[in-house]
Design a binder for this molecule. Structure first.
Ligand SMILES: C=C(OP(=O)(O)O)C(=O)O
Ligand SMILES: [Mg+2]
Length: 422
């Protein structure tokens, strides 16, 4: 008997970290192994992402996923039952075909990802190894450099400021554990810095655990992170620097970038000049989504101007889709990519995207979503695919610490390499 055949797929509604329903699934194999997962969900989602299916109507204010759960049971389980879970590509192809046959009103990317990931976890369970080891094959596991949210704005913090994330990158750390310890100290000090500036609400955390502060400008958030780095006893630029996720699609409309917190409207050229000024004044190692998802011309301009100075990471630009990445590589738009498996909807296709990006010399950052769960497998993806960097939120929310703790466990118990600043 082949013990790794898929015998059963179960699915149900679980809750994500925003308290919204999300699809959960369990895959059981003939040998008794199981894989269980809950899928994450974005708030500042790109419009070209694989679509998650939501019920609409009044139930859970339109956030229910009963239809997506039914899609797993009725459309996907019959398609994958009997397949070998060790053959992820064949399972994913069957999921993709069944999803296409059923149509987007019955099966969403949240349905397909649940089965795809649960299959990979079941196969790892059957083999008695971590998912990271299966993904790495014979290669060594690489612990990624973390970037950790300190100040939040945009869709994750009630638009307190316009740009979405101001993060710390502890690139001078000698190990992953030291990197987390430094980042945690910076996050802790940021609360004190904010209180000194009169922000009593600095105890409030945004969706990914950053501080949601109504600062006087977006640039002020950079200054606050730098001050917190210094307060933690670290040297900005040498031991720790700033990363930004502008999530610019969220403040772009009709050809212009509107910074509401500063009452300014900028063209792409003016916004690029703004970023260039920040790069002159502060140690900034990366800017994610500096421009909107379809502003390809702006992306070309910023990559030509600033690509030699920092990572320009495409999130909403690429949405972990191969065709958009290929265009970015050909046109020299961006020099790095954010990898979010639920933007794609299938594990093996996501692996194809990160492999293509690495071959093209792009930096790669595996990322969680703003709506997360206690699942930690995103850490396995980063380590097994040797991404080099990871972004899963702050050190102050347990759906985030689940991932940091998984990486700390890898460092303490497995044979790993430390990416350092890749
Ligand atoms: C993680 C992010 O946010 P969301 O999940 O809301 O898209 C992001 O924009 O990088
Ligand atoms: Mg982003």
């Amino acid at each position: 008997m082949i013990r790794s055949r898929i015998e059963q797929v179960q699915a149900w509604e679980a809750l994500d970290s925003r308290g919204r329903p999300t699809v959960a699934a369990r895959v059981r194999l003939t040998g008794g192994a199981t894989g269980t997962t809950r899928v994450p969900s974005g708030a500042s989602a790109g419009s070209h992402e694989a679509r998650e299916l939501r019920d609409g109507g009044d139930r859970y204010q339109g956030y229910g996923v009963r239809t997506a759960v039914a899609g797993v049971i009725e459309a996907l389980e019959p398609a994958v039952r009997g397949l070998d879970a060790n053959d992820q590509a064949t399972v994913d192809a069957a999921i993709e075909q069944a999803a296409a046959d059923a149509g987007p009103d019955r099966v969403g990317a949240n349905s397909t990802l649940a089965v795809s990931i649960a299959t990979a976890l079941a196969a790892a369970d059957q083999e008695g190894v971590d998912l990271a080891c299966r993904l790495a094959g014979d290669g060594p596991l690489l612990l990624p450099m973390p970037m950790i949210n300190i100040v939040s704005g945009g869709a994750h913090a009630g638009s307190a400021i316009d740009l979405q994330d101001f993060l710390v990158v502890p690139h001078g750390a000698a190990s992953f554990a030291e990197a987390i310890a430094w980042a945690q100290a910076v996050r802790q000090r940021a609360v004190e810095v904010a209180r000194r500036r009169g922000f009593e609400e600095a105890v409030l955390v945004a969706d990914e655990g950053g501080l949601g502060l109504r600062l006087e400008s977006n640039e002020a958030a950079i200054g606050l992170v730098i001050e917190a780095i210094e307060a933690a006893g670290l040297t900005p630029g040498e031991q720790a620097s700033v990363a930004i996720d502008a999530a610019a699609t969220e403040f772009y409309a009709e050809g212009a970038y509107r910074l509401a917190a500063e009452d300014r409207v900028l063209t792409a050229e003016e916004l690029i000049t703004e970023y260039a000024g920040w790069l002159d004044r502060y140690p900034i190692v990366s800017i994610e989504d500096p421009l909107a998802e379809d502003d390809w011309a702006g992306w070309q301009t910023i990559t030509a101007r600033l690509g030699g100075h920092c990572d320009l990471i495409g999130d909403d630009l690429f949405v972990t889709q191969r065709d958009r990445l290929d265009r970015g590589i050909a046109e020299r738009s961006a020099n790095a990519i954010l990898i979010k498996v639920n933007q794609n909807g299938l594990l093996s296709r996501t692996q194809d995207v990160i492999t293509a990006a690495q071959r093209a010399g792009f930096r790669t950052v595996v990322s969680a979503r703003s709506g997360e769960t206690e699942d930690a497998w995103v850490a396995d993806l980063a380590v097994g695919w040797r991404a080099g960097q990871i972004k899963v939120g702050s050190t102050h929310r347990s759906e985030r610490t689940a991932k940091w703790n998984r990486l700390l466990e890898f460092e303490a118990t497995a044979d790993t390499e430390w990416a350092g600043w890749p």
